[in-house]
Design a protein around this ligand. Structure first.
Ligand code: GLP
Length: 251
């Protein structure tokens, strides 16, 4: 059943991230009080940067602790050199994990350096680890201009699970500048599936700027279709978009 997916529009991205970080901090505290770790699904890209900056500020200034937090990242590129600065593993350390008190053993990111033959078992183990952690309490998402969440490009089934995916040309073009040219951007990644993501109990999708306005409108108000994987969020019971005014400009 589809319902109206809430769009929360903020003056700017910092304002949106302050609000969301406050909500997530409260959620972590409430879950920890109930006697278990909070399980967060995390995203990469430029979009979540002010959110991570706000979590770090809260850790330093307000005592927000990640000692009882378990994380699962959405995705990782395949075929990068180990330690590559654009790998999502390096990104997460740089932008969040190195600055908070999370236990390294509680961090999960798909492994993009395995031999091809080892990848299917790794993907199955990733799904199993999410289940064994009790499922994802809160999933953070950005959105690609193809409408992807994680790296679920057009055509990704509603019930897809963690697997190898091929990156769309538009996605590779958008990533080009940070890699020093599109030819340097990997062609494949490991990504949680749409089905994996939709099982999270609560989901927040962040989008900023004019460049995202058209795809935000399509995802929020268009048909639910596997051509726009973010449109599946319309069928989720507790998902919301957090937008700045520019990204909400076409709603
Ligand atoms: C990549 C990531 C997505 C992210 C998207 C948008 O494709 N795999 O998780 O949402 O880029 O990137 P940005 O936030 O830089 O616009």
């Amino acid at each position: 059943m589809t319902r109206t997916l809430p769009a929360r529009v903020f003056a700017d991205r910092e304002d949106a991230c302050r609000t969301l970080a406050g909500e997530v901090a409260e959620m972590i505290a409430a879950i920890n009080r109930s006697g278990r770790p909070a399980v967060l699904g995390l995203a990469t890209g430029r979009t979540p940067l002010p959110f991570y900056a706000e979590l770090i500020r809260r850790h330093r200034e307000d005592g927000l602790s990640f000692r009882e937090v378990v994380t699962f990242n959405l995705d990782e590129y395949l075929g990068l050199a180990e330690g590559h600065l654009e790998s999502y593993r390096a990104f997460m350390r740089r932008e969040l994990f190195d600055h908070v008190d999370i236990l390294p053993g509680n961090v999960h990111i798909p492994d993009g350096w395995l031999a091809k033959s080892e990848i299917p078992a790794h993907c199955a183990a990733y799904e199993r680890a999410i289940r064994e952690a009790g499922g994802i309490d809160f999933q953070l998402l950005g959105i690609g201009r193809t409408g992807h969440i994680g790296f679920n490009e057009p055509g990704s089934p509603r019930d897809s699970r963690t697997r190898v995916v091929a990156l769309d040309e538009l996605t590779r073009r958008d990533a080009g500048p940070s890699f020093g040219g599109i030819s340097q951007v990997p062609r494949q990644a490991i990504s949680m599936g749409c089905g994996t993501i939709l099982e999270a109990r609560r989901i927040a999708l962040l989008a900023w700027g004019e460049a995202k306005a058209a795809i935000v409108k399509t995802a929020l108000q268009g048909q639910v279709t596997d051509q726009v994987s973010a449109s599946f969020l319309q069928e989720h019971a507790d998902a919301a978009f957090y937008l700045d005014e520019a990204a909400a400009g076409e709603l």
